[in-house]
Write a protein that binds this ligand. Structure first.
Ligand SMILES: Cc1ncc(C[n+]2csc(CCOP(=O)(O)OP(=O)(O)O)c2C)c(N)n1
Ligand SMILES: [Mg+2]
Length: 339
């Protein structure tokens, strides 16, 4: 179902009036557009297919450009570009004088931070939040959207340290797809894995409180003995303790493809004072065949994207010779991005 002509979108304000099923249908249209368009122009397909619902939800809950969205790396901002009135420019994506593959301030008021390099978004959002406060606009939200790969960068960790200590009003959206340019590795990845497999914090908190009360004999006195003991027990059982210890209110893990869940969680996050981290689980390359094989964050026109597009368009060809020659052709296309 085509819900609307994407080229007619001027700004994201129309999203406020849409029902969840309408938003879902719009998301499907955006995915279809990206798959078809990027097969012609090249571009970062996988990361953008993963953030369709997340971007819709962010633009629905927050008021860009009054609230400022800072995209880390910026390779996942295509859906944001569509929702901020740039669909018709996608024919020129990443070409000379064409639509930039990353946020670009001269393109739109909705692009507030220029990127390409990873792991800068949290510091940028911190700076924006401080500036908002100084300008008497403390209600405007600074929101950083950062991937699990970029979160392991030194600058991002410095910024977590800074934001948590200053208790600044910054919302961090952790877009966790278990991938960087290749599948992620390392201690942070392992920790996020444990959080992913935990229950959602909103429910887990209530459950742990009930659990503590029901521990025979000591339960009620534990409950009365104050926050410290409860906190110790909770930290052993609840996800997000790492971020909470740094001074963030943690929400999640949230299904990044469930619009109802996303909208509800972001509405909660919006109302919190101080630093917030929303842990969103997404799937890189959502809706195309074999997304997990799309290890590259580049997603330039490659044989995999081409063959995914063929599959998604249900063009079935068993002619291996033709496929091999089209792979050879696509390999000759120049790469046009640094990130
Ligand atoms: C300073 C710097 N180092 C390395 C890169 C290369 N790079 C491109 S995307 C990316 C991370 C991608 O992983 P993630 O943040 O999880 O985003 P995803 O693609 O999974 O959405 C990196 C490190 C970069 N852009 N900048
Ligand atoms: Mg990632």
């Amino acid at each position: 179902m085509v819900i609307m002509d994407l080229t007619s979108i001027q700004d994201p304000s129309f999203l406020k009036k849409m029902s969840v099923p309408e938003l879902e249908a719009l998301g499907a249209d955006i995915r279809r557009f990206l798959i078809e368009k990027l097969a012609e122009t090249g571009g970062h397909l996988g990361p953008n297919l993963g953030v369709v619902e997340l971007t819709l939800a962010l633009h629905r809950v927050f008021d860009s450009p009054k609230d400022q969205l800072v995209w880390d790396v910026g390779h996942q901002a295509y859906v944001h570009k569509i929702l901020t009135g740039r669909t018709s420019q996608f024919d020129t994506l990443r070409q000379y004088n064409g639509l930039c593959g990353f946020p670009k301030r001269c393109e739109s008021d909705h692009d507030v931070w220029e990127t390409g390099h990873s792991s800068t978004s949290l510091s940028a959002a911190m700076g924006i939040a401080i500036a908002n406060e100084l300008k008497g606009r403390a209600d405007d939200r600074a929101i950083a959207i950062i991937g699990d790969g970029a979160l392991t960068g030194g600058m991002a960790l410095e910024a977590l340290n800074h934001i948590g200590a200053e208790k600044q009003n910054v919302i961090v959206i952790l877009n966790d797809n278990e991938m960087s340019i290749a599948p992620n590795v390392g201690a942070m990845h392992n920790m996020l894995g444990r959080m992913r497999s935990s229950r959602k914090l909103k429910h887990a908190r209530e459950e742990v409180e009930t659990l503590i009360k029901h521990i025979p004999i000591v339960g009620n006195s534990l409950e009365r003995s104050g926050e410290r003991v409860k906190d110790m027990l909770k930290s052993a059982l609840i996800p997000g303790t790492f971020f909470e210890e740094l001074g963030f209110t943690y929400f999640g893990p949230t299904d990044g493809h469930d619009l109802r869940d996303l909208l509800e969680t972001l509405e909660y996050a919006k109302k919190i004072d101080g630093p917030v981290l929303v842990h969103v689980i997404t799937k890189k390359g959502k809706a195309i065949a074999r997304p997990s094989s799309m290890g590259s964050a580049r997603g330039t026109v490659s044989d995999r994207i081409k063959s995914s597009r063929e599959k998604s368009l249900k063009v079935k060809s068993r002619d291996r010779v033709t496929r091999r020659s089209s792979r050879r052709r696509s390999r000759k296309l120049p790469r046009r991005t640094n990130a």
